[in-house]
Design a protein around this ligand. Structure first.
Ligand code: PMP
Length: 679
């Protein structure tokens, strides 16, 4: 049965430890006995057993599932299971390698989810790990990689001995950092107490941990080696069992969706109608994991930001480090190394004329800043009549009032507000395709408008090479060259909005490199932080800065979260990754796969155009698609895309495996066919 349709989901708990031989199996078996005592249908599952040949687990006392069986003796249903078993008593990565196998967290997570689905008649499933949290499962992954993928609460087991306070607190820290919900802590006395001194150490461990962790349920298990020990020890775990019984009501994803619908707005959505909505629990690399356990291949990089994929360890570490140092401080009158270094670093990647950096908190704000810079510059020059902007149709620059005023006035989502927006001047979108010879005629509208109304125009604003949310249109670089010359002749500034195109999406680090043109003002955002924090930047030339500051003026903008240090740290980490240059081959390979896999969409009668540039793949249909039906089809087939209007497009994370890119493309083709859009 598909996971999402399941009515009852067993309560799943992971039992892990502060190390090896800390009493995990005793705790698991005792907890199992306690649950069975309470008439719960429960089973304990060893995820990876080492030191036992495949097929022998459960039969010998050396295997953990043998003890689960003992604890469940007399039950009318299976109480013990082992998922993987290897003969060498070593870390799972090594034990698996020695028999020519390799464990993968993604596969283990999906195997466990399937196991849970197949045991939906159980009340509780206990999953025991092997060893401590950083015990490797393969060369790159350990239990701390797997646990967030599962999303089950965790019970931490520790041996009560010298060193337990330290090991327990370190393990709890690591679990917390991996966003694991810790249900409780069990301290095991793993051997007979030798003397009075040891007794006082052990009782102080319990007292100290209770004091430091006042909100964490803590159970203690005494040493016991009698025959019925699990049944005996189970008494000590009754409070823990009760906690489980209380938490057992399954948390269905639908209840989150209902709560969402009752309180929240989503982008471009109605509070009344219920467009499809999915709750995401976690994400990694190019995968989104929904609350109900389903995993989706991401084709959007979260609106073009998450170019390194999700939860990249380098970004996460940078944010944690900064969190411990300085999460935020006002930027008025204060500064910090993160912002200074970031400004220097951004400049080193851009034409040298762009010398001054304003760090804002979102793309729309960066555009507002750019427009205000242009107006203040012209004002400073005494050109007070230059109060308008010239923009091509089909542009998109954000949702704030100034940014909206330069978006396409008809298709730009902001038609409703057109009466209240500043009146700007529009010209046809650049008609010359990126992949065809340049036609100088396409510059004529700009030429004549600048000739007729140049005196009114403070700046021309446009997205270089790719018009994004306004139509996913790719146009010829020579258009930008010609436009830059026209602007210079007309005394207007040129603003490039690289918020969507920057940081590699078009196959160049910046789209402006295709044309070799330097604008007077440049907006960056989205992938600037690799998608984990919100940050944007507006850069301008010294000429613009001097114009603004002429006659002792100041630039009139200063958001509260300007140059937020956490966001700056994240941007540095993202630049570290981009500076390795790996993105170039990744984007190039994605482009090749998309070119060959999306081509077939052009054979569908409803499709008007298929185009690919960098990691941007676009299927444009002749009439608007049924976005909800397409999204539903894609989700049902394990793919996340978000089409709009007549555009079904991909902009996947650069780290996406190429077979996932092919799956994304093929699913789009099938979705167009199946939902009737392609016929
Ligand atoms: N400019 C462009 C080119 C964009 O694509 C966007 C967002 N799609 C924005 C500006 C606005 O950015 P934000 O959503 O961060 O405000």
């Amino acid at each position: 049965m598909p996971w999402a349709e399941q009515k009852h989901i067993p309560f799943c708990l992971v039992l892990t430890g502060t190390g090896t031989d800390v009493g995990k199996t005793v705790t698991t078996a005792a907890l199992l006995a306690s649950l069975l005592d309470h008439q719960d249908k429960a089973m304990a599952v060893k995820i990876v057993q080492t030191g036992i040949a495949e097929g022998s687990a459960g039969k010998t006392a050396a295997s953990d599932s043998y003890h689960y069986r003992m604890a469940g003796a007399g039950a009318a249903f299976p109480t013990a299971q082992t998922l993987h078993s290897y003969p060498l008593a070593a870390s799972p990565h090594l034990a698996a390698r020695l028999v020519g196998q390799k464990l993968s967290c993604q596969e283990l997570a999906s195997e466990i989810r399937t196991f849970v689905s197949a045991h939906s008649d159980y009340d509780v499933l206990l999953f025991e790990t092997a060893g401590g949290l950083h015990v490797p499962l393969n060369e790159h992954e350990d239990w701390l990689t797997l646990l967030p993928l599962l999303g089950f609460p965790v019970l931490l087991c520790a041996a009560n001995c010298l060193g337990s306070i330290n090991h327990t607190l370190l393990s709890l820290d690591a679990l917390e950092r991996s966003a694991c919900k810790v249900l409780g802590l069990v301290l095991n006395q793993t051997h007979l107490c030798q003397d009075e001194n040891e007794r006082s150490i052990l009782s102080d461990n319990i007292a100290s941990l209770r004091q430091r962790l006042p909100h964490l349920p803590l159970s203690t298990l005494p040493y016991c080696d009698c025959e019925q020990r699990f049944q005996k020890l189970s008494q000590a775990l009754i409070p823990l069992r009760e906690l489980i019984v209380r938490s057992k009501t399954p948390k269905q994803a639908t209840s989150l969706i209902e709560r969402d619908r009752a309180s929240l707005w989503h982008p471009y959505s109605s509070a009344e109608a219920s467009a499809p909505l999915s709750a995401v629990r976690t994400a990694y690399a190019n995968r989104l994991i929904l609350e109900d356990g389903r995993e989706l291949i991401d084709g959007m990089s979260s609106w073009w930001c998450a170019v390194h994929g999700y939860r990249h360890p380098h970004l996460e570490r940078a944010i944690s480090r900064q969190l411990a140092q300085l999460p935020h401080v006002m930027f008025g009158g204060l500064t910090h190394a993160g912002a200074i270094g970031l400004a220097e670093r951004l400049k080193s990647h851009l034409p040298k004329q762009l010398n001054r950096v304003f760090l804002a908190d979102s793309g729309s704000v960066a555009v507002e800043v750019a427009l205000k810079m242009a107006l203040q510059y012209q004002y400073g020059l005494g050109e007070k009549q230059r109060r308008r902007f010239l923009a091509p149709l089909g542009g998109y620059h954000g949702d704030t009032m100034g940014a909206m005023s330069v978006c396409d006035p008809v298709n730009g989502m902001h038609q409703l507000f057109s009466d209240c927006l500043a009146k700007q001047i529009f010209m046809p979108r650049p008609t010359c395709r990126f992949d065809q010879p340049f036609d100088p005629q396409s510059l004529e509208p700009a030429k004549s408008l600048l000739a007729q109304r140049g005196e009114e125009i403070a700046a021309v604003i446009l997205e270089p090479i790719v018009q994004g949310a306004g139509g996913m249109w790719f146009y010829h670089p020579d258009y930008l060259k010609g436009l830059a010359e026209l602007c210079q002749q007309a005394g207007t500034l040129l603003i490039f909005d690289e918020i969507a195109t920057g940081f590699g999406h078009t196959g160049k680090f910046m789209a402006l490199e295709w044309a070799g043109v330097t604008p007077d003002i440049l907006c960056l955002g989205k992938a600037l932080t690799g998608g984990s924090m919100t940050l944007a930047a507006t850069l301008c030339t010294d000429t613009v800065a001097q114009g603004i500051c002429a006659h002792g003026q100041v630039f009139m903008h200063g958001p509260t979260f300007m140059a937020n240090p956490l966001a700056c740290a994240c941007a540095h980490a993202s630049l570290d990754l981009l500076e390795t240059g790996a993105w170039q081959k990744q984007v190039h390979d994605i482009e090749q796969v998309m070119r060959s896999e999306l081509a077939v969409c052009a054979t569908l009668p409803s499709v008007a155009d298929v185009r690919v540039l960098g990691d941007i793949g676009v299927v444009q249909t002749k009439s608007p698609v049924d976005c909800s039906a397409l999204s539903r089809y894609c989700i049902a087939n394990g793919v996340w895309i978000r089409p709009f209007n007549n555009l079904v497009y991909l902009m996947p994370p650069y780290i996406s495996p190429l077979e996932d890119i092919a799956t994304l493309c093929r699913t789009i083709f099938q979705a167009l066919l199946t939902t009737g859009t392609g016929i």
